[in-house]
Design a protein around this ligand. Structure first.
Ligand code: PAF
Length: 277
């Protein structure tokens, strides 16, 4: 049976029991609304440690007032069932007061990989993510933690934050899980209408075509314009399509170590995707 912890004190007791029996643990932070992508993170985590600890918390600090905090899907009972079936040892399900008490006055401010791309459109986002992830890592004190490459910039921001704060945990990225037509799994896909879902694969197809164009010698600017036009032709409103160094998110200096990243709206749903070159 997975142990459900609602407080940091309970979670710390679970961790000290695990340590007392010599067990290592891997953390999988989530905002719930679990899908096969999250369960792949759990499966990956299980290869890295003796036990997996998952968290479910829809973090208000990473949503701007105009974003989808209220409509973000919440399904705690189903999520707990899925995590139990996946064999996790414990699930941390705090409420907002547990993570941010009434006198809370501490927020992280991220720079480096947190600048540009997503931050140009969601300026509050990475500070909110870094703040909550630092708290989750320190509450759980697991040996490793696993995050999806689907949120590639987020993964780099978390690695930077952990290195800067010297939090004793090793961060692992886990490959994006996709539907058969290439759409990256995301809790937000549930917002898509049937008609939008039919058009959604164009985001990934455009990135793949961009990668082929770059390898065929098309200049970066031109390849990115072609990708943007293709995504727009499918009915998206594009926030960005970019090619960046996979480690720093700075300009590409070596195509073999480049990452293509995109964010675009289909109706009221914002989708993001990225692929390696
Ligand atoms: O990727 C997510 O689901 C969230 O941003 C995370 C890392 C759980 C922090 O709230």
């Amino acid at each position: 049976m997975a142990i459900v912890c609602r407080s940091v004190a309970d979670l710390r007791r679970v961790q000290s029991d695990l340590r007392a029996t010599g067990k290592t643990s891997a953390l999988v932070p989530t905002m719930g609304a679990l899908h096969a992508g999250h369960l792949a993170l759990v499966a990956h985590a299980a290869t890295l440690a003796d036990c997996v600890v998952a968290t479910i918390f829809v973090n208000p600090a990473q949503f701007a007032p105009n974003e989808d905090l209220d409509r973000y899907p919440r399904q705690e009972a189903e999520d707990l069932e899925a995590l139990e079936a996946a064999g996790v040892a414990a699930v941390f399900v705090p409420d907002a007061d547990e993570m941010y008490g009434p006198e809370d006055a501490t927020r992280l401010v991220m720079e480096g990989p947190a600048l540009g791309l997503e931050a140009d459109f969601r300026p509050h986002f990475f500070n909110g993510v870094a703040t909550v992830v630092s708290r989750l890592l320190l509450a759980a004190m697991c040996d490793v933690a696993v995050f999806g490459e689907k949120d590639y910039q987020q993964l780099l921001v978390i690695k930077r934050m952990v290195a800067d704060l010297k939090i004793p945990v090793v961060i692992h990225g886990s490959p994006t899980i996709r539907e058969d037509d290439g759409v990256a799994l995301s809790s937000r896909n549930a917002y898509l209408s049937d008609e939008e879902r039919i058009r959604a694969p164009e985001l990934n197809r455009a990135l793949q075509a961009c990668r082929s164009a770059l390898h065929a010698g098309v200049k970066e600017d031109e390849a990115l314009i072609q990708a943007t036009e293709r995504i727009e032709a499918a009915g998206f409103r594009v926030d960005y399509v970019a090619a960046r160094d996979a480690d720093t998110l700075g300009p590409v200096t070596d195509l073999a170590n480049a990452r293509l990243l995109a964010a675009a709206w289909l109706g009221t749903t914002r989708l993001i995707d990225n692929i390696g070159c």
